[in-house]
Design a protein around this ligand. Structure first.
Ligand code: DSN
Length: 413
């Protein structure tokens, strides 16, 4: 019985979502398109198996083949990032971070983490999270020039004596000097953690600095620039391996999702290929084209531009807001997300900025020429945000462009 025959309602929604992904320009910087091989592993029979524990030490019988799959994922991740120890079981980025805190900290310990509006992440100590109730997060910010200020970080580290210094961001577009962060941590006797969820694919390809050989612990998601299934991963020094494994299971999670782990293994194999290096390089080239276009057209780029896959853009100089711009772009077939800018005077539901990036479009094969056209469309849509006919005409042009970059050919629900 096929999905369509058994459950046409779900099949209809999946087909409509596939059409949306095909016809539009996906520019949310945390999204990507996995390969058919990753999709196949994700939809595999590995979903049927309970495997609490770790390879060779499970609480259930019949785990021999699952052990092979999980070990493959671990070994490939070690090879990509140069990690001493890897745990591939975290269900996603937030649980990976929660487990990392549990592994490294005691309740009440102080952590230096980046403020959300300056590019940090909710799980880096935002007051709405449970972690913020358990640990004492002190939040640092980018400086007046909009850059990560490691001298200020050092001063704050000396003042607050954190147990952990946390770097790695979800809206920050610049390179991070992990070696300098480690020196600061060494000076104050702190441990180091990086959350490389956004840039993991760029790090894997050698296109951005790699904290894994330097830091105590590194978390990531596997579904952003790394282009794997939706999931998380923790990499750490061997001295933290036991604590990390205990924190993930049984500390936080139950049975690992072995179909997702199989898909991670496949994605990691892809990330080891020379084509992936080319892909990561193109992501950055594409982002640079957008940086140029938005500069030329008078937008205010936060952090002064980009070294990675994303741009955080203040749209208020154009007389609009993040929410309004997101809605107009949606109508034009371009998906971005509204986003706070540093110390945003506006609210999270209608902030001053939009955040956009190039990983998904680059997966479709788009290059500099397409980016130049897309940058122009984004500006046109924002400047004509009240003109539905204009937005519809951009959407039609977007559809013509995306048709030239087929997505999941042959797949139908
Ligand atoms: N939601 C992710 C992002 O969009 O950056 C981070 O968790």
């Amino acid at each position: 019985m096929t999905l369509r025959n058994f459950d046409p309602q779900t099949a209809d929604s999946l087909q409509a979502e596939l059409n949306r992904q095909r016809d539009g320009l996906e520019m949310i910087p945390s999204e990507n398109f996995v390969s058919m091989a990753v999709l196949e592993a994700l939809g595999s029979i590995a979903t049927n198996k309970y495997a609490e524990g770790y390879p060779g030490k499970r609480y259930y019988g019949g785990c021999e083949k699952i052990d092979e799959i999980e070990s493959l994922a671990i070994e490939r991740a070690k090879q990509i990032f140069g990690a001493e120890h890897v745990n591939v079981q975290p269900l996603s980025g937030a649980p990976a971070n929660i487990a990392a805190y549990e592994a490294l900290l005691e309740p009440g310990d102080t952590v230096l983490g980046m403020d959300l509006s300056h590019g940090g992440h909710l799980t880096h100590g935002h007051p709405v999270t449970q972690s913020a109730k358990i640990y004492n997060f002190v939040r640092y910010k980018t400086n007046a020039e909009g850059k990560l200020d490691l001298e200020n970080l050092r001063e704050m580290a000396i003042e607050h004596k954190p147990k952990l210094i946390l770097v790695g961001y979800s809206a920050y577009s610049r390179e991070i000097d992990f070696e300098r962060v480690q020196e600061i941590a060494d000076e104050v006797g702190a441990m180091t953690m990086a959350d490389i969820a956004h840039i993991a694919g760029l790090v894997a390809a050698g296109e951005m600095n790699n904290p894994v050989p330097i830091f105590d612990l590194v978390t990531t998601t596997t579904h952003k620039t790394l282009r794997g299934p939706r999931g998380g991963m923790i990499m750490c020094k061997m001295k933290h391996a036991k604590a990390v494994n205990k924190a993930v299971f049984p500390g936080l999670q139950g049975g690992p999702h072995e179909n997702v782990i199989a898909a991670k293994a496949v994605a990691f194999k892809e990330a080891l290929l020379p084509e992936f290096k080319e892909y990561a390089r193109q992501i950055k080239l594409n982002a640079k084209v957008l940086e140029r276009i938005f500069n030329e057209r008078g937008y205010r780029l936060m952090f002064g531009g980009t070294d990675n896959h994303l741009l955080l853009i203040d749209v208020t100089p154009k007389g609009t807001t993040g929410a309004e711009a997101e809605t107009a772009l949606d109508k034009a077939g371009i998906t971005v997300n509204k986003n706070m800018i540093p110390d945003d005077p506006r609210s999270p539901m209608d902030p001053s900025g939009i955040r956009l990036g190039t990983p998904a479009l680059t997966s479709r094969g788009m290059k500099e020429a397409e980016m130049a056209q897309i940058g122009a469309w984004i500006d046109e849509a924002i400047m004509n945000r009240a003109d539905d006919a204009k937005l519809e005409s951009i959407r039609q042009q977007v559809k013509l462009m995306t048709a030239k970059f087929p997505l999941y050919e042959g797949l139908e629900y």
